[in-house]
Design a protein around this ligand. Structure first.
Ligand SMILES: [Zn+2]
Length: 121
């Protein structure tokens, strides 16, 4: 794997990382004690208590949707961070399952890929 390609992948990953962190930041706060963990902000109105049960239910629903989104984004962010670490360690682009190189096309399509196409099936 040449340096030029790695640089390109690193730039793409960095961009993805920034975007994910920004997205997470819109509704979650970074947990300062736990590296890489994010907490979804609980709707303010809910902590103040609502007399309308329907409204309260809607807020709970919204909160659980946010938790799901948070989980998805957090997982993506972890993959991106792992890929960045691999670049710095010089082991980027190797499938975690079969130890074979992941195809360049696949890495270009998803720079954070940690397993090859064969192993993903
Ligand atoms: Zn594989």
């Amino acid at each position: 794997m040449n340096k030029e390609f790695l640089d390109k992948q690193q730039a793409a990953l960095q961009k993805q990382k920034d975007r994910l962190e920004q997205e997470l930041g819109t509704f979650a706060t970074k947990d300062p004690s736990l590296k890489g963990d994010w907490d979804t902000k609980f709707p303010v109105e809910m902590t103040q208590g609502s007399n309308d049960p329907e409204e309260a239910a809607g807020q709970v629903e919204e909160y659980s949707t946010e938790l799901e989104t948070e989980f998805t984004l957090e997982t993506q962010l972890k993959d991106v961070q792992t890929a960045l670490e691999k670049i710095s360690k010089g082991v980027y682009g190797i499938c975690e399952k079969c130890n074979q190189p992941i195809s360049r096309e696949r890495l270009e399509a998803s720079p954070e890929a940690s397993i090859c196409l064969n192993c993903q099936k």
